[in-house]
Design a protein around this ligand. Structure first.
Ligand code: SAM
Length: 208
């Protein structure tokens, strides 16, 4: 079994269209990015890791909340479009690399796995999550957002991808959004506290 969809698959997708999923124009995508960003429990992050950034629509949102963003994509065309849209910035590192390669530095406190984990075979995804989540610092946030409708070419469904991510030994579930189209899970490395508890909202009581 292959580890993941071949990189050439995505080169072909971008050769046919600069924005294959029409992320820049679809209300569906804008709304989903807003939900994903609203679900992040911390107001600010030091260093976000975003595998599979495509043309950088979610990257732009992350830059508003993160001191630094490192985004990977296997398609050079996608990275070039992202750089063209966002421009040169010292707080954005773009790398041609894959989700199953080593993740960036130990200071990463947010991992955004959005519409990319279903390109990996289940055993590969399991292996990379176990290896890389073990290296994250306690308290790091991991968010997983995936399309729930069937796509013939993809090794995993969106539900399977989120389930695998949710089963990662080092991660604790914090929140879930799910509708007919998308499932979004927020997890934390180690113990969790609600946002009201962790930010000291009067009356909020921890669940122990
Ligand atoms: C559907 S887009 C998702 C874009 C963005 N994350 C979002 O949520 O809107 C998927 C992107 O993942 C990239 N990709 C595919 N396989 C990948 C892999 N193994 N590692 C990193 N990126 C990958 C594709 O080239 C494509 O740009």
């Amino acid at each position: 079994m292959m580890d993941r969809l071949p990189d050439g698959y995505f080169d072909d997708v971008y050769a046919a269209s600069a924005d294959p999923w029409r992320m820049a124009e679809r209300w569906y995508e804008q709304r989903k990015y807003s939900i994903t960003m609203a679900m992040l429990p911390d107001e600010r992050y030091r260093h976000a890791f975003e595998p599979g950034c495509s043309i950088g629509m979610l990257t732009e949102r992350l830059l508003e909340r993160c001191d630094h963003v490192t985004s990977y994509d296997v398609a050079q065309a996608a990275l070039d479009t992202t750089r063209g849209r966002i421009g040169e910035r010292t707080d954005l590192t773009l790398v041609r690399s894959s989700l199953d390669a080593p993740w960036p530095g130990a200071d990463v406190d947010l991992v955004v796995i959005s519409e990319v984990a279903y390109y990996l075979a289940g055993p590969t995804l399991r292996r990379v999550l176990d290896r890389e989540c073990a290296l994250l610092a306690p308290g790091a946030t991991v968010v997983a957002a995936h399309w729930r409708h069937a796509v013939d070419d993809y090794p995993l469904s969106g539900d399977q991808a989120n389930a695998l991510i949710g089963e990662t030994a080092d991660l604790t579930a914090m929140a879930r959004y799910r509708d007919d189209d998308v499932v979004i899970d927020v997890l934390r490395k180690g113990a969790t506290q609600s946002v009201a508890v962790s930010t000291g909202v009067p009356g909020a009581v921890g669940q122990g």
